[in-house]
Ligand binder design. Structure first.
Ligand SMILES: [Zn+2]
Length: 389
């Protein structure tokens, strides 16, 4: 297989402290050698070995491709009017999901597939090389399984979220819906997913229901992750830690005990500032989590209702401006943090042996991702060694 060197990188974030300076393992005047889908060499440009092909980064910065560990891309329909109304003063509630459920059920397989393809491509152009996505807008056995099949055509990181909200068909009998989610729906969905998730929130599923659903999924080989403590304080974070979930997502309303649990366990705290931005809600306190020692990931939560952004650079800028993160911490959370939330060691860093996922920035440093908010700085992207954008 042909080897390629990307050389003359002004500043390379490796996320491997053994390769460079500081926690980001930054290498100045760097080069990266790719062989097939893997990184095989990292160092300074002047020491790079001979290769078949050469790409001159012309003094641009580079970093690992972003790992977006939380999105909801299998959907149809449009909620522009809801956003517009909310920005005109009305509050957000979980009920808006029903609008997307109706549109998604009515959509063809081809339309849903085209939608996922479009947003995966949109994210890739902005530097995202690994993207998790979920079901949760079907809420019938057939529609949830269909969503997961479609998602699995685009990513290995597929999450069964039959417990997004109680299906409108079961509005009068939520217990029967939990039976469906943990019974026939799980049977149909488990073969297509890696993860099981629950929206643990007032108006969605309480702690006992969430525990039942996550344990049922775990018994079928799916690893839990939890929508936790987004709109209010609640049991989601403690439940995620108790069950060894890979991630507790949102973490906007945390008690000291919640922070302590995240800091002492293996569950990653995934923060989704696009949701707070798009609902004008209180920001999650990243500083508090980091100071306590928790592992923090940043993700988009890309969905048509509460966070319709696919941009990890936008989330980085918000996290730095409004959540107390340094630029280094935000970049690390959007790369290595996301990888930790997906329990991946092959992505989120650039070192010999990792998958060759890399974004090149039209800037001399990764700090520009926050310093120049809203500017499309990603100028080239490699995913598994293939130049995609
Ligand atoms: Zn979500």
């Amino acid at each position: 297989m042909a080897t390629t060197v990307i050389t003359n990188i002004s500043s390379l974030v490796t996320n491997d402290p053994s390769l460079g300076e500081g926690p980001l393992g930054t290498v100045q005047d760097a080069a990266v050698v790719i062989d097939g889908d893997r990184v095989v060499w990292v160092g300074t440009s002047s020491k790079a070995p001979a290769t078949d092909n050469r790409v001159d980064a012309e003094g641009r910065a580079a970093l690992p491709g972003f790992v977006d560990s939380h999105s909801h891309l299998v959907f149809a329909g449009d909620r522009t009017a809801e956003f517009n109304a909310r920005m005109s003063g009305r509050s957000y509630s979980a009920g808006g999901i029903r609008t997307t459920v109706a549109a998604t059920r009515a959509a063809s397989d081809e339309a849903l597939d085209a939608n996922v393809r479009r947003y995966v491509r949109e994210a890739l152009r902005q530097g995202t090389t690994v993207l998790e996505t979920k079901s949760g807008y079907g809420l019938t056995v057939e529609d949830e399984a269909r969503a997961l099949r479609i998602a699995a055509a685009h990513t290995d990181e597929v999450t069964y979220l039959g417990a997004h909200i109680v299906s409108p068909d079961y509005a009068d009998d939520p217990a029967a819906y939990v039976d469906l989610v943990t019974g026939p729906m799980l049977d149909a969905c488990a073969p297509h997913a890696r993860w099981v998730d629950v929206f643990c929130e007032q108006g969605a599923f309480d702690g006992d229901q969430a525990r039942t659903i996550l344990k049922a999924g775990a018994a079928r080989g799916l690893t839990p992750r939890v929508h936790a403590n987004q709109l209010s304080y609640g049991p989601g974070v403690q439940l995620a830690v108790e069950l060894g979930a890979a991630s507790a997502d949102h973490c906007t309303h945390l008690t000291d005990a919640d922070v302590d649990a995240l800091a002492s366990g293996t569950t990653v705290a995934t923060l989704l500032p696009g949701a707070e931005f798009s609902t004008r809600a209180q920001w999650p306190d990243a500083r508090r989590l980091l100071d306590a020692g928790a592992t923090v990931a940043l993700s988009t939560d890309c969905n048509p209702g509460s966070s319709f952004t696919s941009s990890m650079p936008f989330c980085i800028a918000l996290a730095v401006r409004d959540m107390g993160m340094t630029p280094d911490e935000a970049v690390r959370s959007a790369t290595a943090g996301g990888a930790a939330a997906l329990r991946r060691t092959d992505v989120g860093r650039i070192a010999p042996g990792t998958r060759a996922d890399l974004a090149l920035l039209d800037a001399p440093s990764h700090v520009h991702l926050a310093y120049r908010p809203g500017v499309p700085l990603v100028s080239a992207v490699w995913r598994a060694g293939v130049r995609e954008a």
